[in-house]
Design a protein around this ligand. Structure first.
Ligand SMILES: Nc1ncnc2c1ncn2[C@@H]1O[C@H](COP(=O)(O)OP(=O)(O)OP(=O)(O)O)[C@@H](O)[C@H]1O
Length: 673
C-alpha cells in the first residue's frame, strides 16, 4: 500500500485540483492510496483526500500507518457530513475513474495546518517501527488503538525489541504532556520510593529539601517504568495503590495526593514466573497490564531483518545492503540483542565498508562467526575447500571476495560432510593461500585456517605463517593477538625430540618479540621443532624473497609444493635434507656414495654423527645403508681373498644407536646456542 502526503509547502501552494461528480462515504472504503492535495476555490483553500477503492491489503508496515490515515479520513468524512448537513455545498466527495474517490472539504489555512500536524504526529510516532511481520503489526495496532486511553500499558519482549521506543511512540500518540522515564533496575531499592513518590525535607538522612517525585512530574503525562520486573518488593504495594486509587503519599508526608499520570511499564522478564516465585505481586501485574503488548523477537520475523538493516544503513548515508550472501547470513544469525544489536551491527558495517557494498567481512565478527558454523570443525574447513575447489570463482583481488561470499552463501544452505585429517590439512593450505591473496578481506577464512591448523600438529608452521601474514596485512589487532595466544598454546603442546636449527631465529622473527623471557620461551619451543623446521626454513626464505609485498607463497608443505632443491649440490650446507620431500635426492646421493658417513660429511659439511644418524632415520635409509655396508664388506673381503693388499676399511656409520642420537643432538644444541 502506498501512502503519499504532499509536503506542506505544496499543500499550501494552492495548486489546481480535479473536479468530481459522485461521492461515497470515505471511511467505508478500503484505502489503497491517499494524497492530500490543495484545492483553490473562490471561497478559499480546500483540502482534498484522494483514495482508491481497492481493498486494503494487510501487508507492510504501512498498515500501522494506514490506521492513522483511516482516522484522518474518518475525520474528513464526518467533517464533510457535518458541513453537508449544515448546507455547505462546497463539500464534495467524488468518484473518479478506476474507483478513485475524492473527499473535498473547504478548510482555511489554519485548519489545514492543524490537520496536517495531527496526521504527521500520528504518522511519525510509529514510523520508527519497520516491520512486515503480521504479529508485530497487530501489536502496533493495539498500541495505536490504546494510545489515547487512560489505561496502563505493559510492554514485554526480549532485550532490544523496541520496548522503550514503543513506549515513546504511545506517549507521542497519546497527546499527553511530559514523558517521565524511570529505570527500576538502575535506581537503588532504598531510593526508588522517594524517586517515584517524592519526599519531605528531613524524612530520611540526606533528604535536605522537599522533593516532588516522578509521579508528580508526569502529571497529565506518562510515567514510563522501564524494567518494571526489578521493582523493589516494598514499593510494589504503593505503586499498586496509585494504579488502583490514583492516590499516593510522598515519603514522610501524610497528605494524600492524586495523580492523572498514565503508566506504561516495560520488561524483558517473565512476570508470570516472577509472580510464581513471589518476586512480583500478581495484583500489580494485573493492573499494569490493562493493555498488554508483546513485541516478538527479531529472529521470529526474519523478513524484518534486512528491511531494518537497510533503513539503518540509509540513515548512516550508505547505499544499503546489496549482496545476497550478506542477506542470507544476516537471516541465519539469531540476533540475541534483537533490533538494538542489528542497529549497532549495521552502523559498524557502514563504517567498515567505507561506502562500498556491504560484504560478509564488513559485518561484526560475532555475527559472522555465529552465522557460519563454528570454524575449526573439519566440516567447516571442508565446506570452504569445496567452495574453493569446485567453483569457478575468479580469484583476483577485485572480484574474489564478493564471489566467494556468494558461493559460501550458496553452500551454507546444505550442511557439509565431515572431513578427515588429510583433507583438513590440505584445506588449511588453501585457506592460508586465500588469506595471502585477499589482504583485508579474508578474516573469516583466516580464522578458519587458524582453527584448521590447530587441528593438526604438523601444521604448526602454518600458524607462524598466518601470523606473519596477519602482521603485514590489514587484520585487526584483536585477531592477531588471538592468533598469538593460540600459537603459544600450540607451541607448548609440540612434542618430539629437541632439535637445533633455524627454528629459534624464525620464531623470534615471526613473533617479533624483543622480550628476553619470550626469547627463552621461544628457544625452548624451537628446540622441540623437529618436524617443522624445514617448513620454517622455507617460510623464512619466502618471506625474505618477498620482503616488499608478501605474495601468495606455498605455505602448506603437504598441500602446496614449494620450490625445493633439486640437486644434491643445492642441499650442501643446508638442513633441507631433513625434509622428507628431499628423500629421492638424498637417496640418490647415498646410493652413489662410497660410504654414508663420508658422503654426508663431505656434501653436507656437518661434522656430527648424530646429524647423519638423523638423516638416515628421517629418510628411512637404514636398509639402504645396511645394504651398502654389506656390499662394501663383501667387496673388501673378496679383495682380501683374492690376495690383493687389504685396503683399510672406511668406517661406515650405519649402525646408529639411540645413544648416539641423543648425544649428538645435545651437542648440536650446545653448538647452536
Ligand atoms: N521494528 C523496528 N524497526 C526499526 N527500529 C526498531 C524497531 N524496533 C526497535 N527499533 C530500534 O531498536 C533500538 C532498540 O530499541 P529499544 O531500546 O526501545 O529496545 P528495548 O526493548 O527497550 O531494549 P532494552 O530491553 O535493552 O531496554 C531503538 O533504536 C529502536 O528505535
Amino acid at each position: 500500500m502506498n501512502i503519499r502526503v504532499l509536503p506542506e509547502e505544496v499543500l499550501l501552494a494552492r495548486l489546481p485540483v480535479y473536479q468530481y461528480r459522485a461521492w461515497s462515504r470515505a471511511w467505508a472504503l478500503a484505502l489503497r492510496e491517499l494524497f492530500q492535495l490543495p484545492h483553490p476555490s473562490d471561497e478559499g483553500l480546500s483540502s482534498f483526500a484522494l483514495l482508491t477503492g481497492t481493498p486494503l491489503e494487510s501487508v507492510g508496515r504501512a498498515r500501522a500507518s494506514a490506521h492513522g490515515l483511516e482516522d484522518l479520513l474518518r475525520e474528513l468524512a464526518s467533517e464533510w457530513e457535518r458541513r453537508a448537513r449544515d448546507g455547505d455545498d462546497r463539500c464534495r466527495i467524488s468518484m473518479l475513474p478506476g474507483g478513485i474517490v475524492g473527499v473535498e472539504i473547504p478548510v482555511d489555512e489554519a485548519g489545514l495546518r492543524q490537520w496536517l500536524l495531527r496526521y504527521k504526529q500520528k504518522e511519525s510516532a510509529l514510523d520508527r517501527f519497520i516491520t512486515e511481520d503480521i504479529q508485530l503489526l497487530c501489536q502496533l495496532q493495539i498500541a495505536m488503538d490504546h494510545a489515547r486511553s487512560q489505561e496502563s500499558v505493559l510492554i514485554t519482549g526480549e532485550t532490544g525489541t523496541g520496548k522503550g521506543a514503543l513506549a515513546e511512540a504511545i506517549h507521542a500518540m497519546s497527546g499527553r504532556k511530559t514523558l517521565c522515564p524511570i529505570n527500576c533496575t538502575a535506581i537503588a531499592a532504598s531510593l526508588i520510593e522517594s524517586e517515584l513518590f517524592g519526599h519531605l525535607k528531613g524524612s530520611f538522612t540526606g533528604a535536605s529539601r522537599d522533593r516532588e517525585g516522578l509521579i508528580a512530574a508526569a502529571e497529565n503525562g506518562t510515567l514510563f517504568l522501564d524494567e518494571v520486573g526489578d521493582l523493589a518488593p516494598e514499593v510494589q504495594p504503593k505503586l499498586l495503590r496509585v494504579l488502583r486509587e490514583r492516590e499516593y503519599r510522598r515519603v514522610g508526608e501524610t497528605e494524600v495526593r492524586r495523580t492523572h499520570a498514565r503508566f506504561i511499564a516495560a520488561t524483558n522478564a517473565n512476570l508470570l514466573e516472577s509472580v510464581t516465585q513471589g518476586l512480583f505481586r500478581a495484583d500489580l501485574l494485573q493492573r499494569l497490564s490493562a493493555c498488554h503488548i508483546e513485541l516478538p523477537p527479531l529472529r521470529d520475523r526474519p523478513d524484518d531483518i534486512c528491511l531494518i538493516a537497510e533503513r539503518v544503513l540509509k540513515d548512516e548515508g550508505h547505499s544499503g545492503l546489496t549482496t545476497e550472501p550478506v542477506r542470507t547470513l544476516m537471516t541465519r544469525y539469531d540476533w540475541p540483542g534483537n533490533v538494538a544489536e542489528l542497529v549497532d551491527a549495521m552502523r559498524y558495517a557502514a563504517v567498515a565498508s567505507r561506502g562500498a557494498p556491504i560484504r560478509i567481512s564488513h559485518l561484526p565478527d560475532a555475527v559472522v562467526q555465529e552465522a557460519y558454523p563454528p570454524t575449526g570443525t573439519a566440516s567447516q574447513i571442508l565446506l570452504t575447500a569445496q567452495v574453493l575447489n569446485n567453483s569457478d570463482i575468479p580469484k583476483d583481488h577485485d572480484t574474489f571476495p564478493e564471489s566467494l561470499d556468494a558461493v559460501l552463501g550458496e553452500h551454507l544452505k546444505s550442511p557439509p560432510p565431515i572431513a578427515n585429517n588429510e583433507e583438513v590439512d590440505e584445506l588449511v593450505g588453501a585457506f592460508v593461500q586465500l588469506a595471502f591473496m585477499l589482504p583485508g578481506s579474508a578474516v573469516l577464512l583466516t580464522q578458519a585456517a587458524l582453527d584448521g591448523a590447530l587441528a593438526q600438529l604438523r601444521t604448526v608452521s602454518l600458524l607462524s605463517e598466518l601470523r606473519q601474514h596477519l602482521s603485514t596485512s590489514h587484520f585487526s589487532s584483536d585477531i592477531i593477538s588471538t592468533l598469538d595466544a593460540r600459537l603459544r598454546v600450540e607451541l607448548e603442546d609440540v612434542k618430539g625430540p629437541p632439535l637445533v636449527g633455524m627454528g629459534i631465529q624464525v620464531l623470534m622473527q615471526l613473533l617479533g618479540s624483543d622480550d628476553p623471557d619470550d626469547r627463552s620461551k621461544l628457544l625452548e619451543w624451537a628446540l622441540k621443532f623437529k618436524k617443522v623446521v624445514p617448513m620454517i626454513v622455507h617460510l623464512v626464505q619466502a618471506i625474505r624473497q618477498n620482503t616488499e609485498t608478501p605474495k601468495p607463497v606455498a605455505v602448506n608443505a603437504m598441500a602446496v609444493q614449494p620450490p625445493r632443491p633439486v640437486s644434491f649440490a643445492q642441499l650442501q650446507g643446508t638442513r633441507d635434507w631433513l625434509d622428507p620431500r628431499n628423500r629421492p635426492v638424498v637417496e640418490r646421493a647415498v646410493r652413489a656414495a662410497k660410504g654414508v658417513k663420508r658422503t654426508a660429511g663431505a656434501l653436507l659439511k656437518i661434522n656430527s654423527s648424530s646429524y647423519i644418524a638423523r638423516v638416515i632415520r628421517a629418510h628411512g635409509l637404514q636398509d639402504l645403508c645396511d645394504e651398502l655396508t654389506r656390499a662394501r664388506r663383501a667387496e673388501s673381503g673378496a679383495r682380501t681373498r683374492s690376495g690383493g693388499a687389504p685396503r683399510k676399511e672406511k668406517q661406515v656409520s650405519v649402525d646408529v644407536k639411540p645413544n648416539d642420537v641423543a648425544k649428538g643432538e645435545k651437542q648440536d644444541a650446545a653448538e647452536e646456542k
